[in-house]
Ligand binder design. Structure first.
Ligand code: SF4
Length: 388
């Protein structure tokens, strides 16, 4: 097995380890370390890192866990992710986690934060709200308070209050992380056959469950390998951007089916939180928390989680498709995902106006049948190749 294959095997295993073995092992090595689980989409992991913590992304249970108790906590007509997460909380998957953060995205996640309090998971359960006002003295001040609450939560557990230097160091590490991930996307834009979308997914998702230092070192190796070596063979595929899968994650079989149907996925929002801030956060200031706030206000990517009047997400999706030289867009949302499905018509209108072909489908994280999706994606690919 060559080095890239070793990294890919490790990342696949780690990405879907619902017991978060590596993260728990990391915590066990020192008494002041804390584990903080967070749900999709974005969370400023830097602050937890600076306070001797590891923020671990809990992206759902996928098709790897049978939901028994979770169904009793939610009505049947919502998406699958919260049910899987509560099941994990009621089983032993999240033991050893010190606290949980539930970033504001929808009512399902809001309710989940309350359920975690009832079930007694962790020492804290924090609903983490984001500003929908982007003026520094209004939304910015609000967001600053939200971040300080997290620092306080962690301090209650381990007594650590990070200083300026620690925060700047953590910000620098996550800047490097985002730069490396973007580099992988940029290389894939030129040579999508060198690393498949599924492999890319595994690499990025694994980074949500290990330290940023370790992830950066893996990413550096991957970048160096795919930047300098040919791998795979160019195919007569179309290039697509997949959007709408920012929270509940599509099953790997779905990503694979889209690829096998003749589509190179040249951009996506699968692990959007890891790519949320566009560009670097200032890691040289006397006010690192303010730097994180400013980055959120001014450098956030587009998302259904953000009120975006003045900077509409449909237009930004079209810009992304053009930047990636995509032939089409696939709207792929979790069934019953209100934020994604409510935004879809407006975004589709923008695609129509820009002349970008698009298709859409829905999934559950535990969907097991992909024949229809593969046929749909295959027909989309053929129609673009024949008539676009
Ligand atoms: S998949 Fe959509 S509806 Fe479900 S928890 Fe996430 S954002 Fe909310």
């Amino acid at each position: 097995m060559n080095r890239l294959e070793q990294i890919l095997a490790y990342c696949e295993k780690t990405a879907f380890d619902l017991h978060f073995t590596d993260a728990k092992k990391w915590k066990a090595a020192s008494a002041d370390r804390v584990l903080v689980g967070y749900l999709p989409i974005y969370f400023p992991r830097e602050v937890v890192h600076a306070a001797h913590g590891l923020a671990v992304g809990i992206m759902g249970s996928g098709d790897r866990k049978q939901i028994i108790k979770g169904d009793a906590y939610y009505q049947s007509y919502i998406c699958h992710l919260p049910r899987g997460v509560i099941e994990m909380g009621l089983d032993d998957n999240l033991q050893d986690f010190d606290g949980f953060v539930f970033p504001a995205i929808c009512d399902c996640v809001r309710n989940l934060s309350g359920m975690f309090r009832i079930t007694g998971n962790g020492k804290f359960s924090r609903y983490f709200d984001y500003p929908q006002n982007f003026q520094k003295h209004i939304g910015g001040d609000f967001y600053r308070e939200e971040i300080l609450k997290i620092l306080d939560d962690v301090k209650q557990v381990n007594g650590v209050k990070p200083d300026k230097a620690a925060l700047n160091k953590s910000i620098g590490l996550y800047n490097a992380n985002r730069r490396l991930i973007e580099r992988i996307y940029d290389i894939r834009q030129e040579y999508p056959w060198r690393l498949s979308a599924v492999e890319t997914y595994h690499i990025i998702r694994a980074g949500l469950a290990i330290t940023v230092e370790e992830h950066n070192s893996l990413l550096e190796e991957v970048v160096s390998i795919i930047e300098n070596n040919e791998r795979g063979e160019p195919m007569d595929n179309i290039r697509v951007v997949v959007t709408g899968s920012f929270c509940e994650q599509p099953p790997i079989g779905l990503i694979k089916s889209v690829e096998m149907a003749g589509c190179y996925i040249v951009d996506d929002d699968f692990m959007l939180g890891a790519r949320w801030i566009q560009g670097d956060v200032d890691d040289t200031t006397d006010s690192p928390i303010d730097a994180l706030v400013t980055a959120y206000l001014n450098q956030s990517t587009f998302s259904s989680a953000v009120y975006d009047v003045g900077n509409p997400k449909g237009k930004r999706l079209v810009e992304l498709a053009r930047q990636r030289k995509a032939d089409g867009i696939i709207f792929s949302a979790a069934s019953f995902c209100d934020p994604a499905l409510l935004d879809r018509p407006e975004m589709q209108k923008e695609c129509d106006a820009a002349g970008i072909p698009h298709i859409n489908f829905q999934f559950h994280e535990n969907t097991g049948q992909f024949k229809v999706i593969k046929e749909q994606a295959g027909t989309f690919s053929d129609s673009i190749k024949l008539w676009a």
